[in-house]
Design a protein. Sequence first.
Length: 656
Amino acid sequence: MSNIESVLQESRVFAPSEAMVKQANVSGMAAYEAMCKEAERDFEGFWAALARENLLWSKPFTRTLDESNAPFYKWFDDGELNASYNCLDRHLKTQPDKVAIIFEADDGKVTKVTYRELYHRVCQFANGLKALGIRKGERVLIYMPMSVEAVVAMQACARIGATHSVVFGGFSAKSLQERIIDAGAIAVICADGQFRGGKEIPLKPAVDEALAMGGCDTIRDVVVYRRSGSPVAMSAPRDKWWHDVVQGQAQDCEPTWVNAEHPLFILYTSGSTGKPKGVQHSTGGYLLMAMLTMKWTFDSKPGDIFWCTADVGWVTGHTYIAYGPLAVGATEVVFEGVPTYPDAGRFWKMIQDHKVNVFYTAPTAIRSLIKAGGDMPKKYDLSSLRILGTVGEPINPEAWMWYHETVGGGRCPIVDTWWQTETGGHMITPLPGATPLVPGSCTLPLPGIMAAIVDETGHDVPNGQGGLLVIKRPWPSMIRTIWGDPDRYRKSYFPEELGGKLYLAGDGSLRDKERGYFRIVGRIDDVLNVSGHRLGTMEIESALVANSKLVAEAAVVGRPDDMTGEAVVAFVVLKGARPSGDAAKELARELRDWVAKEIGPIAKPKEIRFGDNLPKTRSGKIMRRLLRAIAKGEEITQDVSTLENPAILDQLKQSL
């Protein structure tokens, strides 16, 4: 790993405007560097001051960081607080009538909920859960559509000290069953169904199927929110309608104060084979990073309309929908639907209609919108936008440039955020009023985040040379353990090969020589070894997408090869119609030559396959393990029920 080669050269630099620097919460590089120096000078004092300044404590902490049982670190662990109190009650005196959530349904209907209204809805539901006998420390599974109620369910669990585990609404009954068993959940909160792209997708039947599979004996209650109105089977006394649970409940609910280390939630990482991996997060440290990153990365201002397009089933939806925006008192957009319904202008119309200032979405969504209509944003008034953000994977430079020019009008900084389910909040990201931007680079770590790149022995590598991305010191919002499996936690994230003290992110990365900026080159298992050269898949994908006339999206994987050790296999989505026969072969040859010109002959794909799309979950995540199986000619045995369009797999199996 210590010699991952960078083949992507990027010289474009975009400095923040004077106006952006002037008004920013972190104003200029000197301010950023001063914060970094302060964190290095007095690491614990730096975090303690921020925790006291930002969080409301029922019992103040006196101990900042306990490293005595590393890597099971504890932050602020003799303090007590409540996450819901920090998100809702704190605003009741200062801005009760401010809109907290603008909800836009799949069909376009808009509902606005103020902080006071949200507080009452959370309290009523929390009281309803308490009436069912749900207590502090018990686990509640949430399987909901994107909705105000999904946020209410999460906040209500936090209010009574129950630990929630949200499962993405596209996951199968089998996925639900595995998570219920692993978490030992005592209740499920779900809806009858959800609407996406004009279609109704049932949810309650999947819960029934999961419970019928066996092993879910811990479940006592299933609470069902009526969203679609379609008939569903209700099994008394286990199943109860949401509206019945809240009926007659008081509109106030005293928060249950919990230790800062109390598990706020367990979130199972998606796409894993075998036993699901439950990432456990704390209450205090997690909430602190959610607030700080809203203020630092998104430069949150009182008048902002903030929109994160993620689903609450992913960590992005936890930190930047359910907790962060509410903790800082923002107004946020919550969207039920998909970006291409009723047409590919949906996102841009919503930005125009709601006057969104800060827009945060995934590179996958950006690339699919380029394919669906690259000029579409120009038809809408996007002048309200101030900051753009990307999340979920590295963004290739050409998509970055389109986002910057076409969506942001060349005036909006792009915060390309690197973080993970396990990190709880942003780790490496530009700050909009401080960091000069380089397309495709997540730039520099946040103050207090000690990121580095090392070789297989844990030693730092020089700038310009690739290696393993690690974090050298603990941070407040870090994963605390894998639920019920501390050994797996230690081995996965703090391996003995690196000395047992460095957090291993699982990403290959490098820092450029000029600025020391970080660039993620792909997951460690997505690094290809071609004729002794170690190449990150992201760079080859970026080269393909740089052919902006032909290519809308690309995913690259490796397969074993007798000659080169590994061969590059590219799956390509074109801007035009998918060719066949000789036309497909000719186009594949043209694209191979293009990659050779952009990067060098060593990165030339041995094989290119065309599809109308890539295999993605309904949240837009590319399922690379399926592509690896197709490239190797293996039978696909994994669960494909979460795919948006399973028929794509048959297209991609056809080699030229």
